[in-house]
Design a protein around this ligand. Structure first.
Ligand code: SAH
Length: 317
């Protein structure tokens, strides 16, 4: 929806570049309607007597008078009695059609925002991996969030996805994906499917993604979103991440998108030698950590930055 900011920008500049892509159509309609109303008003009140042509001076004077009256009394502009004649609705229709024609298609609006998001929130903060950046420029984040928050899909913060859960801020998704250092043939385990967005990003970078979600409704809707968008190498399972996924282990990479108090031992066991695990860890104060497991099974952990994730829930199975 066009915002109040958009409307107030209309008068001073009428420069369409002032408007965000999706506000352009609205701005164009308003400009055309206003111009149409003024011209219409002028024509109604300024017809010379039948048979007599326009005089130049007369036109100018009447325009001035017309504009003044228009600004003094709004009702006079609409010529009472004829307001809904074709004189009105044809220009209105024209203005609307023009607005629709100028407005970018919804998919383009989101593509524009996605490119800006990657440039300003991800690249600008130091994410360099070109493959991560390329994937984040293509995956339609707006289709992973509830309709009610879709307009904020590319904003610089987490968003609610229902059931008290959130989809991470785009930068955190970019950072964790880069830290994971994924390769085309890797098998990756994600704990906390949520909306499925992080899994979708990974799916374009690795061989196979296995994702566990504890909230049944989220597991179902994420699986459906991923399926409908063609992310075929992602398998979503409803379950408790504390139990890992023994049938599919070991994994080259593991990513947690809910925070446990400490990294579950079972997940470290399911990580291949030489593998990497990225996770938010802690209660209250959380740190994003990267765990490297050496070929002989030893692990080293480094902290990257403080973060705030939803806590990882203990399952009841
Ligand atoms: N990666 C998600 C964001 C996840 S939010 C995305 O891209 O949208 C964290 C998710 O972890 C929530 O959906 C929550 O239900 C889930 N979760 C919490 N505890 C869990 C557990 N023990 N096992 C699996 N999933 C869990």
């Amino acid at each position: 929806m066009p915002s109040a900011r958009c409307r107030s920008q209309f008068l001073p500049g009428t420069n369409l570049e002032h408007f965000r892509g999706d506000e352009r159509g609205f701005a164009t309609t308003v400009v055309t309607l206003t111009a149409g109303a003024l011209v219409y008003h002028f024509k109604l009140r300024s017809h010379p007597p039948p048979g007599r042509p326009w005089r130049r001076n007369e036109i100018r004077k009447r325009i001035v008078v017309g504009l003044t009256e228009c600004s003094m009394t709004h009702t006079k502009c609409l010529a009472p009695g004829r307001a809904w004649s074709t004189h009105v609705w044809v220009p209105v229709l024209f203005a609307l059609v023009l607005g629709v024609a100028v407005a970018p298609a919804p998919a383009d609006q989101y593509r524009d925002r996605r490119l800006i998001m990657v440039r300003d929130q991800i690249e600008a903060r130091g994410i360099k991996n070109p493959e991560v950046l390329a994937v984040m420029r293509t995956v339609p984040r707006e289709l992973f969030v509830p309709k009610s928050v879709r307009p904020q899909a590319y904003d610089d913060h987490p968003l609610p996805i229902g059931f008290g859960q959130t989809i991470s801020q785009p930068f955190i998704v970019g950072l964790m994906t880069e830290l994971l250092d994924a390769k085309k043939d890797y098998r990756v385990l994600e704990i906390g499917t949520g909306s499925g967005y992080q899994a979708a990003i990974l799916s374009r970078l690795v061989g196979e993604v296995y994702s566990i979600e504890i909230v049944p409704e989220l597991a179902r809707s994420a699986a459906e979103t991923l399926r409908s968008l063609g992310f075929r190498n992602v398998t979503v399972r409803e379950g408790d991440g504390y139990r890992g996924w023994p049938e599919k282990a070991p994994f080259d990479r593991i990513i947690l998108t809910a925070a446990p108090p400490e990294i579950p031992e079972v997940l470290l066991e399911e990580l291949k030698g030489g593998g990497t695990l990225v996770a938010p860890v802690g209660v209250g104060v959380q740190n994003l950590v990267v765990v490297q497991k050496s070929a002989d099974g030893k692990t080293t952990t480094r902290s990257v930055l403080p973060v705030r994730f939803v806590p990882m829930k203990e399952g009841t199975e």
